[in-house]
Design a protein around this ligand. Structure first.
Ligand code: FAD
Length: 361
């Protein structure tokens, strides 16, 4: 294989393009808007699923690989892209999970560092917390990364090795005798015999005419950002499915909502107030801080959050790397490596079967 087209310039598309280009493949990346401006820009950057023990082992396997490789990826991107994505091991403190025994079992089985804390331990772990929680799970190894910096660094790292065409919308595929022949772009066709769809929340729409198609739907998430003082909060704190993420410069993200309203990306005053009240109830020190920003992104929602990584069964040469739902940042590096292994016929980093398009989810 000499040439591969990557459709979609989010984190998944950029990491996939980077993997393929590193093997000497000529890569063209097509992006309908600007690269790295959708879900990959909007996310929180926690390098772990929320409540990680609640996921299928196929998600855990991708996450674990990503967690092991992120320090090196962040260093490489900083060197290649000249932007520091701020990989920071701030740990994940999960307050009052209802299934604490399951969490402990999972930690034992997957050999993840996991500690149960009572009230004094919680206070020591995050002194800025002002709620009186009696039980928590502490995952000290969990890190975070700053999404807008990560996507910028990824873009900088690939821009001289990959042909990037922004404002280019793919509308369909030319297929003959079960083989990919080309990619439809506006009114023309780009000849192609290999392509990977990394179109995030838009993937289901793009593949809607295929017999075997992925179930991927946009799931909106709103976030707010406080401008606070550096060091005021130091841990990622998760409680009742919402979280607070402190950045190095003192900014604090609070997320997120889970909304099903198609491709509408508008923010609402109600979500802003809910997220703000959530944060202020747990961190009184944020009462002094202003909400600097409020935004929304479309997650590529898939059943059980298991991404689709593999070939579209009815079309030779057409591959998918989509549907990472709430975990595209943590799953992205393994997922990009795995799809590249499949395309290039290399020995895969993980058994690919659970991620196949026709695998039950
Ligand atoms: C609020 C929020 C918080 C999150 N927090 C976390 C977290 O803490 N940790 C974590 O791991 N994950 C998190 N996520 C999830 C993560 O952000 C996503 O899973 C991930 O960004 C998906 O990456 P992607 O590249 O598939 O999608 P995207 O970043 O959306 O990229 C897809 C790209 O494809 C382009 N495209 C679509 N259709 C076409 C077409 N027809 N032609 C050309 N281009 C096309 C789009 O314009 C877009 O740029 C969060 C998401 C949100 C919204």
């Amino acid at each position: 294989m000499h040439h591969c087209i990557v459709i979609g310039g989010g984190l998944i598309g950029m990491l996939t393009a980077r993997e393929l280009a590193a093997e000497g493949i000529r890569v063209t990346l097509l992006e309908q808007g600007r690269v790295g401006r959708e879900s990959s820009w909007a996310g929180g950057g926690i390098i772990s699923p929320l409540y990680p023990w609640r996921y299928d082992s196929s998600v855990t396997a991708l996450a674990k690989w990503g967690q092991q490789h992120y320090p090196q990826l962040a260093t490489s991107l900083r060197k290649e892209g000249k932007i520091d994505p701020e990989y920071t091991k701030s740990g994940l403190l999960i307050l009052e999970p209802e299934d604490i025994e399951d969490a402990i079992d999972w930690g034992r089985q997957t050999k993840q560092s996991i500690v149960t804390l009572g009230k004094p331990g919680i206070n020591d772990c995050e002194p800025a917390l002002t709620t009186a929680s009696s039980q928590a799970i502490w995952l000290p190894e969990v890190a975070q990364i700053r999404n807008p910096r990560l996507t910028k660094a990824a873009y900088q790292a690939i821009k001289n090795r990959v042909q990037i065409r922004e404002n280019t919308t793919v509308s369909g595929f030319e297929v003959k005798a079960g083989r990919l022949q080309g990619i439809r772009v506006d009114s023309s066709v780009l000849p192609a015999d290999q392509a990977v769809v990394c179109a995030g929340a838009w993937t289901g729409k793009l593949l809607k005419n295929f017999v075997t198609r992925p179930t991927i739907e946009p799931v909106l998430g709103q976030m707010i950002l406080f401008r606070a003082q550096p060091g005021q909060i130091s841990r990622i704190v998760l409680h009742e499915d919402r979280y607070v993420i402190p950045r190095r410069d003192g900014r604090v993200l609070v997320g997120s909502t889970l909304e099903h309203r198609g491709f509408d990306k508008s923010t609402t005053e109600q979500a802003k107030q809910t997220l703000q009240a959530y944060a202020l109830a747990r961190f009184h020190s944020l009462r002094e801080a202003v909400v600097e920003h409020h935004w929304a992104g479309l997650r590529p929602g898939s059943p059980s959050g298991i991404p689709y990584i593999g070939q579209v069964p009815e079309v030779e040469g057409l591959y998918l790397n989509s549907g990472h739902f709430r975990n595209g940042v943590v799953l992205g590096p393994a997922s990009a490596r795995l799809i590249s292994d499949i395309i290039l016929g290399r020995s895969p980093i993980l058994p690919p079967e659970p991620y196949a398009l026709n695998s039950p989810r």
